[in-house]
Design a protein around this ligand. Structure first.
Ligand SMILES: Cc1cc2nc3c(=O)[nH]c(=O)nc-3n(C[C@H](O)[C@H](O)[C@H](O)COP(=O)(O)O)c2cc1C
Length: 258
């Protein structure tokens, strides 16, 4: 059994390589009874600022896992900043003892820092990394990915930078341009239900936004733009092995509301 959270498909692709029983965290978060039992239980998700996304944290805090082998795979694009150690500390806080935590380098979907066309072109040896992880899990390896002082320093630096950001920075993250055709894709890929369409035009409600960027990458008109400089505002990303329907299936909250 593997739980995953994904915005642009990397983590879902990894989950598909690791277990046939896959459950989206954006859906499982609504389970009445969050008690899961299996021979092995995995979590796959991206790192945001070297840490686990808020939605995944909420799920891990609320859920109970009964398994002899709990593992976590953290997908990242450039610098994991000690993500395995930070995740281990977080899990311990929630009373979860992980046997295995590893990081998996994939395309970086963070638009302010990276050009998606360039990211697509870099060979990050994903298949080789996945093969190692698959073998490790098959062999029930006990392992937490090592973290260096440079990783810890990078995380401290990131936290200091974040603390200096204006409080309303996140509520002004996106804007919808006149290119919007009201197709509603953003309303279906958002795991937090932050979009409505009014008068055939998308409206972003930043309240619950976890800045996963699923919306901005999925918009077929590129009508969602960041209110900060992007490396390449004309390029968006979705894992090449994952369809937009799979992202919708993973994150769609509207069927919950109906
Ligand atoms: C808000 C945000 C923060 C991110 N922070 C980091 C980070 O600290 N380090 C890193 O290497 N990648 C970072 N990334 C990149 C993603 O972790 C990476 O592209 C991941 O594989 C995306 O997974 P997904 O396609 O399943 O959503 C960040 C992405 C977003 C959207």
């Amino acid at each position: 059994m593997i739980f995953y959270f994904t915005a642009t498909g990397n983590s879902l692709y990894a989950a598909k390589q690791l277990d046939e029983t896959r459950i989206s965290i954006a859906q499982a978060i609504h389970d009445k009874k969050m008690h899961y039992q299996a021979e092995q239980i995995g979590i796959v998700c991206p790192v945001f600022g070297h840490e686990v996304p808020e939605l995944v944290r909420e799920f891990l805090e609320a859920a109970v896992f009964e398994t002899p082998y709990f593992y976590m795979i953290l997908t990242y694009g450039n610098r994991h900043g000690g993500a395995a150690e930070l995740a281990e500390q977080m899990l311990q806080k929630y009373g979860i003892c992980a046997s295995y935590i590893n990081v998996l380098l994939m395309a970086d979907n963070f638009l302010p820092a990276f050009d998606m066309n360039e990211q697509r072109a870099i060979d990050k040896k994903v298949e080789e990394q996945l093969e190692t992880i698959r073998e490790d899990i098959k062999n029930r390896r006990q392992y937490i990915a090592p973290v260096t002082d440079a990783d810890r320093a990078a995380h401290r630096e990131y936290l200091a930078r974040r603390a200096r950001m204006p409080e309303d920075a996140f509520s002004k993250l996106y804007r919808i341009t006149d290119d919007c055709i009201g197709c509603k894709i953003c309303t279906r890929v958002c795991p937090k239900n932050c979009f409505t369409v009014e008068n055939q035009r998308s409206v972003w409600h930043p309240g619950g936004c976890i800045t996963c960027m699923a919306c901005i990458h999925a918009c077929p008109m590129m009508a969602i733009q960041m209110n900060m400089p992007e490396k390449n505002p004309g390029a968006r990303y979705r894992n090449e092995n994952i369809s937009i329907c799979e992202i919708v299936d993973a994150n769609d909250q509207l069927h919950e509301a109906q």
